[in-house]
Every structure is written in structure tokens, then in C-alpha cells.
Design a protein around this ligand. Structure first.
Ligand SMILES: O=P(O)(O)OC[C@H]1O[C@H](OP(=O)(O)OP(=O)(O)O)[C@H](O)[C@@H]1O
Ligand SMILES: Nc1nc2[nH]cnc2c(=O)[nH]1
Ligand SMILES: [Mg+2]
Length: 166
């Protein structure tokens, strides 16, 4: 099934799976600190950032506010709407957390401001991998990661309906 957005597969993630994967990321980061604080990339980075901050006992938390996608459509450019106090020292000693890296454009824009920070995401796609320092799970480039906050319960189609193209 080809899609105009270029995403042909869905990778749904439940709250439980996200919690488990963000915790696994925190374990991976635990020996890479100590970190002065954490910068969450809004909005997707907010939930994983809360989990990682709890596990690493980080209390100094700031945001860098970005907007790249509108639903599944990538915008022409990354908009950085708000910077962070971590820019004062180029991010040295800071941990950046986002939910995922896809093409890497968001990560590269943030890294340009915080070149010395450690950049961590829960999920990564191949094109974005070189732009992050740590991640947990890789998914293919044509997969859309469907987060729990973007899901709602609906009645599933039967196999018969799917086969009939309904
Ligand atoms: O590697 P890229 O191709 O740049 O894509 C990754 C970024 O896209 C999404 O954010 P988005 O701009 O959709 O905003 P959101 O976090 O508010 O969902 C996601 O949360 C990452 O921040
Ligand atoms: N939720 C979500 N946001 C994205 N932004 C860029 N790629 C993705 C993705 O696979 N899932
Ligand atoms: Mg985001």
C-alpha cells in the first residue's frame, strides 16, 4: 500500500511500550552523565523526557520548541520557536531528548544550537541515525511511528473486509 506521505507501514506504540523503551534509554544514558540538565524537544520529546528525567534524577529541565511536521506531512523547514538556557554553554553537559529521529532535520537544527550536548531519542530511522548519539529502537524509513497520544480506539476491520478492500 503506497502512501503520498511516503510512509507505507504503521508502528503503533502503546503507553506501556513507550514507558519501557524510554526507561531502556535511561539505562543506556545512566553511565554517560552526569548531566547538568535535560532539554526536551517539544512536543514529542516531552513524555520521554519526563520518564528519562525521573530515572536519572534530573530536575533542571528546559525545552527547545520545534515544529517540522503537520500530521504526517513534513514542512518545508524546521521552525525553532523557542531556544534554551543550555545554549549559553553550547549544550556542554546537557542531555537533549526527543521521541524520534526520522530524516534528521530537526536533530541537526537543534544540534547547531547545542553542538556539545548529548542527543538521545527513543526511536530512530536510518536517515536520522547519524544525527543522534543514543537511541533504543530502529524502524525502517517508510514506517510511521504512531504514538499513544495520536491513537484512539476504533473497531478493527475484519480480515474479510480488508481483503475486499473496504
Ligand atoms: O527527523 P525529522 O524528520 O526532523 O523528524 C523528527 C521530528 O518530527 C517530530 O516532531 P514534529 O515537528 O512533528 O512536532 P511534534 O514533536 O510536536 O509532534 C518528532 O517529534 C521529531 O521531533
Ligand atoms: N509520530 C511521528 N512523528 C514523526 N515525525 C517524523 N516522523 C515521525 C513518525 O514516524 N511518527
Ligand atoms: Mg517533535
Amino acid at each position: 500500500m503506497a502512501s503520498s506521505s511516503g510512509y507505507n507501514k504503521m508502528f503503533p506504540v502503546s503507553w506501556t511500550e513507550l514507558h519501557r523503551d524510554a526507561r531502556a534509554l535511561a539505562w543506556r544514558l545512566a553511565d554517560l552523565g552526569p548531566f547538568k540538565g535535560l532539554v526536551a524537544i517539544t512536543r514529542g520529546g516531552l513524555v520521554p523526557a519526563a520518564i528519562v528525567a525521573r530515572e536519572l534524577n534530573l530536575r533542571l529541565i528546559d525545552t527547545i520548541c520545534s515544529s517540522t511536521y503537520d500530521r504526517m506531512e513534513r514542512g518545508a523547514k524546521v521552525e525553532l520557536l523557542k531556544g534554551t538556557i543550555a545554549e549559553q554553554d553550547k549544550g556542554k553537559g546537557w542531555l537533549i531528548v526527543d521521541d524520534l529521529v526520522d530524516t534528521g532535520v530537526t536533530a541537526r537544527a537543534v544540534r547547531a544550537r547545542l553542538p556539545e550536548a548529548h542527543f538521545a531519542t527513543v526511536y530512530a530511522k536510518p536517515a536520522g541515525r547519524p544525527s543522534v548519539d543514543s537511541f533504543i529502537t530502529e524502524v525502517s524509513q517508510d514506517t510511521w511511528i504512531l504514538f499513544p497520544w495520536d491513537q484512539e480506539a476504533v473497531m478493527a476491520k475484519t480480515i474479510a473486509e480488508l481483503k475486499a478492500g473496504q
